[in-house]
Design a protein around this ligand. Structure first.
Ligand SMILES: [Zn+2]
Length: 436
């Protein structure tokens, strides 16, 4: 239950990029709403629950735009509260675990039972990720049968669940789509349906037959995405990477992003990290830093293969972006204001009087850790973004950090994928680890 009295978060650095707020003040919560932001030095009495958060950042509740939360019903599904709310995330968006025929269970058994606010992108495939979902393991995928790709059923499901569905998810990966034969059909259907229901598409694009850009008659990704659509797995290093691999850099590796990606960004397609098990490369993140190609959204793609490393949780992925030099304020925007806009919640998700009290308190700690990317390439990280406290609609939830961080036991499995990467460090992860 929300506390009967006032909760006062005293003396933190309060940041809300959507309201241009960045100053030290007190945030007062009453019941399930924010009552006021007031200058420091206010008088509080014994009935007030005053928390000293000086030295911390106080931000709107974090939003993780890409997770898989359909636990027990899909192989990828995680415990949403454990990995989201208890790590400082008040809103999580399931990215296509459910399609039109499996969505009612996501709503009834997960969203209605979670303390985390759960929203969803609906998979354009009717059965979503009910069975398959991890491409590359010979398991098949949700787009193997063209009969499952259906705009009418998706549109009907969306109309019935507009309070929860924020867009349409498509996973463009050849081995999840009948060896690529169904990728064009799936993309065309997703775009058609999105246009009909006036919602954005979130596209996964990895090891796909769909090109990054190109002529209009053949769909490309992100080339055919529209302003406001989301291109997830921005920093993956497999085939279909955003890095231009046609021109090797003279001293090795690659030096720039594909022109089709830059063009898509220019016309308003949003880039999302979607870290996951396979989709975050330190090498590409560093190239992104060099080129100023920061993501618009930072998300985890948390699922059973990424929750205990290499993604862990949203603050860990934020920590990785801080390490490569993304400005702190841009990191905050990428987990609050921008994903709120993607979900159509820009005006609701704010630190202003009367707004629902979703609030996260963060702290920057010193650390000294060799943190892995998706293929166990390591970097020495010295600053960590930690969740300290969280309120969801005025109710506090405990922060429970990962027990093992980083999870070195998982790294040998991750490093096996290194040889498949198009863009990578000069040395294999094992060789690098030996030098640490
Ligand atoms: Zn995903």
């Amino acid at each position: 239950m929300a506390s009967a009295g006032r909760i006062v978060l005293r003396g933190g650095r309060v940041i809300d990029r959507s309201l241009n707020i960045d100053h030290v003040c007190d945030v007062i919560i009453v019941g399930d709403v924010i009552e006021a932001l007031v200058d420091c030095g206010g008088q509080y009495d014994g009935n007030d629950d005053v928390r000293d958060v000086s030295g911390c950042l106080v931000v709107p509740g974090l939003i993780d735009l890409h997770i898989h939360g359909y636990e027990h019903a899909t192989p990828l599904g995680i415990d949403v509260d454990k990995y989201c709310l208890h790590r400082g995330v008040t809103t999580a968006v399931d990215a296509g675990s459910a399609g039109a025929t499996t969505f009612p269970g996501l709503r009834k058994f997960i969203a209605e039972k979670s303390r985390t606010r759960l929203l969803a992108y609906l998979n354009i495939s009717m059965h979503g990720l009910a069975s398959a979902g991890c491409s590359g393991y010979g398991l098949g995928g949700e787009l193997d049968s063209a009969k499952q790709i259906n705009a009418d059923s998706a549109a009907k499901c969306i109309e019935e669940n507009r309070d929860m569905i924020v867009g349409i998810k498509i996973r463009l990966s050849a081995d999840g789509a009948n060896d690529g034969k169904n990728e064009q059909l799936a993309m065309r259907t997703a775009l058609e349906c999105a246009k009909r229901v006036q919602l954005p598409v979130m596209a996964h694009h990895s090891m796909s037959t769909v090109k990054l850009g190109g002529e209009e008659e053949v769909l490309s990704c992100p080339g055919s995405l529209r302003p406001g659509d989301v291109y997830t797995h921005f920093y993956h290093a497999y085939e279909s990477t955003v890095v231009d691999v046609s021109e090797p850099h003279p001293v090795g590796g690659y030096s720039k992003f594909d022109p089709a990606v830059l063009e898509a960004r220019k016309h308003g397609v949003l880039m999302d990290i979607g870290h996951g098990q396979g989709s975050f490369s330190w090498t590409i993140a560093e190239l992104g830093a060099k080129e100023g190609q920061w993501p618009d959204v930072i998300s985890t793609d948390l699922h059973t293969g990424s929750m205990d490393g290499p993604a862990y949780d949203l603050p860990t992925v934020m920590t990785k972006m801080l390490h490569v030099g993304m400005p702190l304020l841009d990191i905050i925007t990428a987990v609050t204001a921008t994903p709120a806009e993607c979900c159509g919640r820009a005006d609701k998700h704010q630190l202003r009087p009367g707004a629902e009290a979703d609030v996260t308190v963060l702290r920057l700690d010193d650390c000294s850790t060799h943190l892995e990317d998706s293929q166990a390439q390591l970097r020495h990280v010295t600053k960590r973004i930690l969740p300290v406290a969280v309120w969801r609609a005025g109710e506090e939830a405990d922060i429970i950090l990962p027990e093992v961080w980083p999870n070195t036991a998982r790294m040998p499995t991750l490093s096996k994928e290194w040889k498949k990467l198009l863009v990578k460090d000069a040395k294999a992860p094992e060789a690098m680890a030996a030098l640490q």
